[in-house]
Design a protein around this ligand. Sequence first.
Ligand code: NAI
Ligand code: MG
Length: 352
Amino acid sequence: MRLKIAVLAGDGIGPEVTQQATNILRAVAELGGHDFTFVEGLIGGVAITKTGSPLPTTTLDAALDSDAVLLGAVGDNQFNALPPDKRPEAGLLQIRQALGGFANLRPSIAYAALATSSPLRPEVTKDVDILFVRELLGGLYFGAPRWWDRDSNEAINTMRYTRDEIVRVARVAFELASKRRKKVTSVDKANVLEVSQLWRATVTEVAKDYPVVTLEHQLVDSMAMHIMNIPRNFDVVLTENLFGDILSDEAGVITGSLGMLPSATIGGAVNLYEPVHGSAPDIAGTGKANPLGAILTAAMVLRHSANLEQDARAVEQAVHTVLNAGYRTADIARGQDPGQTPVTTQEMGKLV
Ligand code: NAI
Ligand code: MG
């Protein structure tokens, strides 16, 4: 297996956690006899400092020329005074747009060893393994018209989807579900919104091509409660942009720490992989960053860009193993639990 990976480590803890993620990929390549090459590129504040731009063309070219883009995080307080389009975060928006992925995948997994890190009761979170598939390029965030008329004090955003936009993201959800527990929960607000009625009709139609997968529909408001009460009932959750943004953040609570959450954006020119967390300037350079979100993101690279399902599972299993053995970065440590060993970013990566 050959894979060219563009590594954009970015700012703050980005380079610290990305280093651990690439170490994992190097180990997988060595053990499996794969040929992975890594091309480093600048993005975010570090790119502004060195080139004046948050996303230099050399970085964009390297990303477009790769098989997968692995991103750390961007954001640096020293640029807070700049206008939004000049700030580090602009680099992130630009690369997401340039790569064009329409399906954002966010797993929400309960780790038995971290059951006390989640505010939810362990009997509720036990064995939870949800994969959110959020449509990323349509809906309220992009629909036109959009404006805020400051004279009349009226503002408009437009929730808009076409059938084709729904079909392509639904196919991603059904394909993934057919390799998992074979259930898709499609979330909408079809009792109120026309867009949701089109969404529901279209997803129901796509489901006919996947007879092994069970489809259920949920309204977004009751789904918000079900995620807290019966998260174990869900396998793949398919939804539009705004609902997916909110519900996947809500479900992040199940895992217990922002530092544990991976993501992938697929369907565009090149898939983009990034941990959910930001550059965490408050802990940058202290060795406190949890690298597991970035490492689980590397597992997603193996699954979705290299088709190495067994290797992806081996990495995920290794994360379970080190957690079960009691190793903890500061964000997932709990004072009262005995049998924990505090570790740094580097140590955690090495253990995995
Ligand atoms: P953040 O995710 O960087 O940090 C939020 C809190 O979680 C902080 O207390 C941080 O220490 C902690 N945290 C985050 N990741 C962690 C990890 N791996 N291990 C242990 N603790 C971790 O979000 P915040 O503070 O709102 O933003 C900081 C900067 O990051 C800003 O410039 C923001 O724009 C940027 N940002 C970038 C994102 C990205 O690159 N995808 C996403 C979110 C924020
Ligand atoms: Mg969000």
